[in-house]
Design a protein around this ligand. Structure first.
Ligand SMILES: [Zn+2]
Length: 120
């Protein structure tokens, strides 16, 4: 069980394109992706809630500007030291996942992209 998180363009609702490829999350395409999509396991739920101070799903529809302080606060609390086992419910694994979202958000703000989070 997992969430699919995307940072999508306000107009076409497609994930924004990033200037880099990455391979992270529970599932990802072979070769990685440069689209702002990430699969996050429910295993991290408790840590995500503790770090963000709000349920993870509440990031849905947030703009980069709205989401940034929540993500930054959570990462400060959780750290980003990922365990070698992705599925392990550790603070560092949860923070590592949120740091991927924070990188998208910083890029979108820098490029002034009109976009918002979708969570499925
Ligand atoms: Zn668009």
């Amino acid at each position: 069980m997992s969430w699919d998180v995307e940072l999508v363009c306000d107009c076409c609702r497609r994930p924004i394109e990033l200037p880099y490829n990455f391979k992270d999350g529970g599932t990802y395409p072979i070769g990685g992706t440069n689209l702002a999509t990430l699969n996050i396991t429910y295993n991290y739920s408790r840590h995500l809630l503790q770090g963000l101070g709000i349920p993870f799903e509440n990031l849905k529809n947030m703009t980069p500007e709205q989401a940034e302080p929540y993500l930054q606060k959570a990462i400060n609390y959780l750290g980003t030291d990922a365990d070698s086992n992705y599925w392990e419910a550790t603070k560092g694994n949860a923070g590592y996942a949120l740091n991927i979202l924070l990188k998208w958000v910083k890029y979108a703000i820098e490029k002034n992209l009109s976009c918002h989070f979708e969570i499925y």
